[in-house]
Write a protein that binds this ligand. Structure first.
Ligand SMILES: CC(C)(COP(=O)(O)OP(=O)(O)OC[C@H]1O[C@@H](n2cnc3c(N)ncnc32)[C@H](O)[C@@H]1OP(=O)(O)O)[C@@H](O)C(=O)NCCC(=O)NCCS
Length: 211
């Protein structure tokens, strides 16, 4: 099976590793940085827009949620698989959207629905009955307790915890190590234990590099 991965970054490298474990034996990257010839052991064969001509399965491995959404919409006619690391634990009835990656050590418990283009990063957990919107990133080691709802394009920072029965709206950046114990209903950057809003925008999440 052949897979083209858009985004030759560190994240892309991890995605390629999982893709190989999912049975893709021919992998190539596309990236707009012309100086890149390899990502890990896989070749960078062209620029992002060349995805238009690709007949393989396609995966968008871009950390920035805005760019990830843009490319997934742009190439919505392609088949974009969900990539699941075999050493993650996923409940039988959990729903995982297209173009989502679930990394090693992640746990997704029963009744949970994960949208499209989501990153469930290494050793994170999403407990029972959670609803995770499109293009969300649950970063390394973050934990969502039961019945948590996360809006589109929110970033849950590395090592943070969201208490049970919490709603977080779309477009939020939750800082590394944060603890969320109350609902968040306006976009922005939130840090600390318990979290406080420090910025009305989500900084790098929306305006950072495409990689
Ligand atoms: C929250 C975050 C996005 C803020 O980044 P930023 O907008 O560049 O903010 P700054 O670095 O200017 O920090 C602003 C203030 O918040 C504080 N702050 C930043 N991140 C913090 C965090 N995670 N926890 C507590 N305080 C934090 C800073 O110390 C600074 O305080 P000061 O004004 O008193 O000096 C970033 O620090 C963060 O936590 N990113 C998450 C990274 C991550 O999860 N990576 C996962 C990869 S898998």
């Amino acid at each position: 099976m052949k897979l083209t991965i858009l985004g030759a970054s560190g994240h892309g490298k991890v995605v390629a590793d999982i893709a190989k474990l999912n049975g893709y034996d021919e992998i190539e990257f596309l990236d707009d940085d012309g100086s890149l010839s390899y990502c890990g052991r896989y070749p960078v064969t062209g620029k992002c827009m060349q995805a238009e001509d690709v007949r393989n399965d396609l995966f968008i491995a871009i950390g920035n949620a805005e760019y990830r959404e843009r490319f997934m919409e742009r190439f919505s006619d392609k088949h974009m698989p969900a990539l699941i690391h075999p050493d993650s634990i996923i409940a039988d009835d959990a729903v995982i959207g297209d173009g989502t990656v679930v990394m090693a050590g992640a746990v997704i418990n029963p009744g949970t629905v994960i949208g499209k283009g989501v990153i469930v990063n290494t050793c994170s957990s999403v407990d029972h009955d959670c609803d995770i919107g499109d293009y969300v990133h649950v970063a390394v080691g973050a934990h969502l307790c039961g019945t948590v709802n996360i809006g589109n394009k929110t970033w849950i920072g590395a090592g943070s915890t969201v208490s049970n029965n919490i709603d977080i709206c779309g477009g939020c950046m939750i800082g590394a190590g944060a603890v969320v114990i109350r609902n968040i209903d306006s976009p922005g950057t939130y840090v600390g234990v318990p979290v406080k809003k420090i910025k009305p925008d989500n900084g790098r999440l929306m305006t950072g590099s495409s990689r």
